[in-house]
Design a protein around this ligand. Structure first.
Ligand code: NI
Length: 191
């Protein structure tokens, strides 16, 4: 799949809730392959960003399937870990604000509060149950992706819309984005 297969806001289907995967089949594996190829094609078009993760809803498939990059720091490592029906079983630590972006929210970034540590339960790509702890950026990414499976996009966590949004300049640095001028006028996020 290509980056054009990734749906973006204001598409309302991003707000739909995904269904649990009951049996991991060859079709599920095909879906995972499609997600990986779309995520990597998107990344190859972006000089300053990595495709950290993707949820199936982002390629218009309402299955609770998420892929997470195995190494966030090295773009050359192009493999992903699959989480099927991922669930957070425990939240721990502080709630921290940090920048997030999303392949389905074109060129808009914002600060989102997330728990610092979580414990996760999921199925792996072979349908076997896995349980693990995550913290830091990985914990943030998994919370963002589980939100996608529930029809929630990161901007939905932003309460005060003024001074909340950023974009990347050509050097890859975050720059503030004026809400009235850019976001409201161009209907980037909402219809
Ligand atoms: Ni996202």
């Amino acid at each position: 799949m290509k980056k054009e297969d990734i749906i973006t806001l204001p598409c309302p289907r991003l707000r739909h809730k995904s269904a649990k995967v009951h049996v991991v089949t060859d079709e599920t594996k095909g879906l995972i392959d499609d997600m990986v190829s779309a995520a990597l094609d998107w990344e190859d078009s972006r000089p300053h960003e990595i495709s950290a993760a993707l949820a199936a809803v982002q390629i218009d498939r309402l299955d609770r399937v998420v892929i997470v990059r195995s190494d966030f720091d090295d773009k050359e490592v192009r493999d992903f870990t699959t989480l099927i029906n991922p669930e957070i079983v425990k939240y721990e630590g502080d709630i921290l604000d940090d920048y997030e972006g999303c392949l389905s929210v074109s060129n808009v970034y914002g600060k989102v509060p997330r728990f610092a540590k979580i414990r996760i339960k999921a199925l792996d790509k072979d349908g076997k149950e896995v349980r693990f702890k995550a913290e830091g950026f990985l914990a943030r990414v998994i919370q963002h992706e589980i939100d996608h499976t529930n029809g929630i996009v990161f901007i939905d966590h932003i309460r005060d819309l003024t001074d909340a949004f950023y974009t990347l300049d050509e050097k890859g640095e975050l720059q503030p984005l004026d809400y009235d001028q850019h976001i409201k006028t161009n209907s980037i996020l909402w219809d």
